[in-house]
Design a protein around this ligand. Sequence first.
Ligand SMILES: Cc1cc2nc3c(=O)[nH]c(=O)nc-3n(C[C@H](O)[C@H](O)[C@H](O)COP(=O)(O)OP(=O)(O)OC[C@H]3O[C@@H](n4cnc5c(N)ncnc54)[C@H](O)[C@@H]3O)c2cc1C
Length: 466
Amino acid sequence: MMSHQASSNQSTFSKEEMAESSILFWFRHDLRLRDNRSLSAALKHAKKHNQRFLMLYFCDPLWRQTDPFGHERMGVYRAQFILESLQELKLEIEELGGELLVLDADPIVELPRLAQTFNSDYVFASRHVCTEETRQEQDLAQALDSKNCKLALAWNHTLYGQQNLPFALGDLPDIYTQFRKQVERSASVVAPLDKPSRLQEAPQALNDSAYSCQLQDLQAEWDEKLKEYGQRDQRATMLHKGGAKAGEERLAFYFWDTALIESYKETRNGLIGDRYSTQFSPWLAVGALSPRWIWHETLRYEDEVKANSSTYWVRFELLWREYFQWVAYLYGAALFKPYGLTSELQRKTPKLGRASVKHFQRWARGETGNEFIDANMKELNLTGFMSNRGRQNVASYLIHDLGVDWRMGAGYFESKLIDYDPAANWGNWAYIAGVGNDPRPQRKFNTYGQAERYDARGEYRALWLN
Ligand SMILES: Cc1cc2nc3c(=O)[nH]c(=O)nc-3n(C[C@H](O)[C@H](O)[C@H](O)COP(=O)(O)OP(=O)(O)OC[C@H]3O[C@@H](n4cnc5c(N)ncnc54)[C@H](O)[C@@H]3O)c2cc1C
């Protein structure tokens, strides 16, 4: 599809250009300049060694893969959100004197070539927790090694670095409450870093190289897919826009402009509109917002305005997110297996049969006949978002009422959600299936009872089913 294939061709560079060395910075799920610890370490290194600086993002092959159940791994709304984030990041970087190269290529193949082309001794990047990401880190470190280049990683997607956890990873508590109590008692979230005030220039040799930014091509490709699929439905809770600026504006709105944070604990089970919950998740998933920054903004709010159980509850939920990250890091590939984190003895996940494919399809299309489930699935399909209350119910319904393999639901969410985060998604699905952390055989929701409780007047069902 892409006309422009990045290649390793080394053009004829002048002696000075070849002597110049550069640092490569690889953006992953950390599309931000504020509180990006790997970025700050990279800039320091480049300054100390008088090196040029090149920032990169890869639309890697996963974007066009399907999962074993046939779901596209990258849905159009998420791709759109990421591309918007990249457009903004690119402008921000250019304003600070730097350069961002977006390539439609496999980072594990291209980064070692780039390291050679631009004479780099280090690639800096964020560390992530799930198996595909950690495998990339291992493969890349190995491939770079043969080019005399090292991979330097830092924690940016989590509140804590592994070294700041008050226990060894292997002693991660099995139950969220125990985890929360331990970190609340004995760990602290480091203060967020400011954005850099300037960035070093890109290598001079970049102009002569075979590499050029492919962001516009990618945008055109996904715009076409979006035309086919249809724009996000206007009934969406909110039309999240990619990029750190929109994410920070959302926080300003939810905290400082409207004080909605003060009633979050009472409203967080809502279903309609943009006020019931923070809606930070899409920006957190791509790393446009730093969890550490949000954490410290809640504390600043409490210092400067008001502290109550709702202001605390935003941190309580961020700790749920955090817990799933460490669960994913500890258990690795097991999180994606049918029996999840459970031992042999507890294995009872239903088998995937023909009937369940039919059940699955009706569920996915929002055609089960259970109005609360159908309304939520319609919202997901047409907007890429669903409330937490909705997610719990549709997951429980698929697993416990329809008897379908929970991984089909998790894969479908991966395809559709704009806020898809592998650890949060697979962790929550496994949890509801009873094969996650704190395994209990039945986490079944009475979806009719839930509809009566959370959508008593039927407004949510009417919104999506009429
Ligand atoms: C089956 C299922 C799948 C899910 N998949 C994802 C996913 O792919 N990505 C994702 O970010 N969240 C996922 N969640 C968690 C949760 O539903 C969303 O984080 C939340 O609905 C996002 O809306 P919000 O930002 O307004 O959340 P708020 O209620 O405002 O919470 C603030 C933040 O806390 C974190 N958080 C809240 N609840 C959870 C939770 N249960 N698990 C992990 N983090 C949480 C999120 O980062 C969220 O942005 C899933 C939940 C379920 C039940």
